[in-house]
Design a binder for this molecule. Structure first.
Ligand code: UDP
Ligand code: MG
Length: 160
């Protein structure tokens, strides 16, 4: 047991990050993964996946009543997505900051949406909005065995 490598269990969170079909089609997968990799979070799950309609509806179930819901489901199922599970201290809120505002025109420069997108309906990336939803979404998108527990060699260079 190396205490300096392990943050206290309460602090460690997981978040579900997804490159949406526009991000995949536009060749932004590497760029988007890099933002989280360079920040220092731990990648625990990664796959290219064609999302079926029922999964898209379950993922976005809280938005079911919204006028844009049918278009959102068409968008998310319109081509492959890249599904990712990331772990780290404060990763949920930090990933949301790295992603930027839902409307890319309001997203700050330096954020993924601020740098790489122009429209809410084509905002290239998803990130969970709470630790509970992070867990829920990782369970929803990944099967048993697809999420890997491992320790980064760089861990002592990220946390004192
Ligand atoms: N969305 C949309 N029109 C809207 C609001 C949201 O098309 O007026 C889409 C957009 O792709 C957004 C997703 O629905 O990313 C989920 O909406 P949410 O409010 O959860 O935004 P997010 O958490 O992705 O920033
Ligand atoms: Mg959301």
């Amino acid at each position: 047991f190396l205490p300096h490598l392990v943050a206290s269990m309460e602090e460690v969170e997981e978040t579900y990050i997804m490159v949406k079909p526009d991000g995949v089609q536009r060749g932004l997968v590497g760029e988007i993964i890099s933002r989280f990799e360079k920040k220092g979070f731990l990648l625990k799950g990664l796959k290219l996946f064609q999302c079926p309609k029922d999964l898209a509806e379950e993922h976005y179930k809280d938005l079911k009543g919204k006028s844009f819901f049918p278009k959102l489901i068409d968008y998310i199922t319109s081509g492959p997505v890249v599904c990712m599970a990331w772990e780290g201290v404060g990763v949920v809120a930090s990933a949301r900051k790295l992603i930027g505002a839902t409307n890319p025109l309001q997203a700050e420069p330096g954020t993924i949406r601020g740098d790489l997108a122009v429209q809410t309906g084509r905002n290239v990336v998803h990130g969970s909005d709470s630790p509970d939803n992070g867990k829920r979404e990782i369970d929803l998108w990944f099967k048993e065995g697809e999420v890997v527990q491992w320790t980064q060699a760089q861990a002592p260079w990220l946390r004192e």
